[in-house]
Design a protein around this ligand. Structure first.
Ligand code: 6GU
Length: 265
């Protein structure tokens, strides 16, 4: 899987190169490009935002910077993934300048050939384990991190010509920008790619995979600070242990997330 992240804070994405994800990169399962949006800014101040039409507080990120950035990162694969830092348009003619032709509209690729563009925003659809499962099979995912009051809506509308676009939220609270949400979505998604986790079946009984929360786990010593491990776990009876784990799952789900039980029989 190829991941590209466009952000004005590339250092926020450093954690992607550590621990299990770093291992997956070394193994060649994953390849990651982080791109500084400012590399596509064209003015001396490298500005990426401007005041909102209609007034109001805050700033909106400019379509004239995001558009070329998404154009370049979209074709990373055909360019041989040479975009490890960035391929800015600064000091270079634009492709439409080169051809000397007016913009004539898009040649639309087949839907299944479009890379996935994920735009993290508190106004998006809620991110779920089911999305992580689906996206773990993607070839190329691009993340567009917005800051301030968001990105000019036309960026997302226009990107739909060459990407499959999803605006997603990671929960009902507001973050300063999309960077941390990208870390969350990438971790949840890539751990489901075969070979990224050591144990192939270790995510089959994750919380949410069967619609329930996972119950408690224990390890040695059998007694610790006056607290004993439940006797059933020493019974040697696998069926009994499985039944007990199921009960614990249901009990915990009923207490903490009764909403999850409603959809189940
Ligand atoms: Cl994806 N982005 C931001 N900025 N805030 C959020 C969010 C995303 N999800 C919840 N809050």
């Amino acid at each position: 899987m190829r991941l590209d992240v466009i952000t004005i804070f590339p250092e926020y994405l450093e954690p992607l190169r550590h621990a299990l994800l770093g291992k997956a990169i070394e193994k060649g399962i994953l390849s990651v490009g982080v791109h500084n949006l400012r590399d596509w800014a064209t003015d001396v101040h490298k500005s990426v935002d401007d005041t909102p039409y209609g007034g109001g507080p805050g700033m909106v990120m400019k379509p004239t910077v995001w558009g070329p950035a998404l154009d370049d990162v979209c074709v990373g694969k055909s360019a041989g993934w040479q975009l490890d830092s960035a391929a800015p348009h600064v000091d270079k003619p634009r492709h439409d300048d080169l051809t000397g032709r007016e913009f004539e509209g898009y040649v639309e690729p087949a839907e299944e050939d479009k890379p996935l563009l994920i735009v993290p925003t508190p106004a998006g659809k809620p991110f779920t384990q089911e999305m992580a499962r689906r996206w773990s099979g993607e070839q190329h995912i691009v993340f567009a991190c917005g800051r301030y009051e968001g990105i000019d809506q036309r960026v997302v509308d226009d990107a739909a010509h060459r990407y499959r676009v999803e605006e997603v939220s990671i929960g009902d609270y507001v973050l300063i920008g999309g960077e941390v949400a990208v870390l969350v979505i990438v971790e949840a998604t890539t751990r489901l790619i075969p070979g990224v986790l050591g144990n192939a079946s270790s995510h089959e009984d994750d919380s949410f995979s069967d619609g329930l929360l996972e119950g408690p786990s224990y390890t040695k010593p059998r007694e610790w600070r006056g607290l004993a491990v439940p006797d059933v776990l020493f019974s040697g009876n696998h069926k009994l242990v499985e039944e007990w784990r199921r009960e614990q799952s249901v009990k915990r789900t009923r207490e903490r997330r009764p909403d999850l039980l409603e959809g189940l029989e």
